[in-house]
Write a protein that binds this ligand. Structure first.
Ligand SMILES: N[C@@H](CCC(=O)N[C@@H](CS)C(=O)NCC(=O)O)C(=O)O
Length: 225
């Protein structure tokens, strides 16, 4: 373990909450550097001093500065997991799949739906009716079908594997990676989520480690203490 604790560059209401949850589960000491979203909901420019893309999460661990939550989750599990999160066989493949699916396929669908709903509301009022109609037809054409298919697939995975995406008694990288987007949907658009998926979100929120991360991280719109 490094001499200095891991530093998490943490943005309010963001994906970095899942990194705090993971660090708490692994009982790795860490320090938080917190950043507040601007009124436009963007990251403040100070994050550009940590990483050229200026987004969160980013961690600093000694000489290592690492962005991209999937990379961070893999790095932390490998370096600090002490073999605690090490699925094998089919579970290993399912874990690998969902760790990549989270930001590769699923996250963009959910973000695009959010952006499509935001654009009309942030436009001059006289443009809103037409923009609402344009963006709702875009959503119907580009988002609705693949997102519904993805949510059904996630629900079917819980039906097959039980409490955690890759099966087993404890969360794996897949659960950490899928948490932010499914929490956001559960809070904003719960109607698309199946009962097993909703129960999984509640299961995460009930974990003592999750609660500790939430207390330390501050404002997070997608879970309540
Ligand atoms: N795929 C990246 C996404 C990073 C990302 O977009 N983070 C958001 C927070 S959830 C952010 O920093 N948003 C502020 C901005 O884009 O200015 C990851 O998983 O780390």
């Amino acid at each position: 373990m490094s001499q200095t604790p891991v530093i998490v560059h943490h943005l309010n209401n963001s994906r970095s909450q899942r990194i705090l949850w993971l660090l708490e589960e692994l009982e790795v000491p860490y320090e938080l550097k917190t950043y507040q979203r601007t009124p436009e909901q963007l990251a403040p420019k100070e994050l550009l001093e940590v990483h050229p893309l200026g987004k969160s999460p980013v961690i600093t661990d000694g000489d290592v500065t690492l962005a991209e939550s999937g990379a961070i989750v893999d790095y932390l599990i490998e370096k600090y997991g002490q073999g605690k999160i090490a699925p094998t066989g089919e579970a290993k493949l399912t874990d690998l799949y969902f760790r990549h699916f989270a930001e590769g396929s699923f996250g963009p669908l959910v973000s695009n739906r959010y952006i499509y709903s935001l654009v009309p509301e942030r436009s001059p009022f006289f443009l809103r009716p037409i923009l609402r109609s344009v963006f709702s037809s875009l959503d119907a054409k580009l988002i609705d079908k693949p997102l519904t298919a993805a949510l059904n697939f996630i629900e079917a995975t819980f039906a097959k594997n039980g409490n955690w995406l890759a099966g087993g008694a404890e969360p794996t990288g897949a659960d950490y990676m899928m948490s932010f987007t499914l929490e956001a949907l559960a809070a904003r658009r719960p109607e698309g989520l199946g009962p097993l998926t909703k129960a999984w979100v509640e299961r995460i929120h009930a974990r003592p480690a999750y609660k500790r991360g939430l207390e330390k991280g501050g404002e997070y719109a997608y879970a309540r203490l």
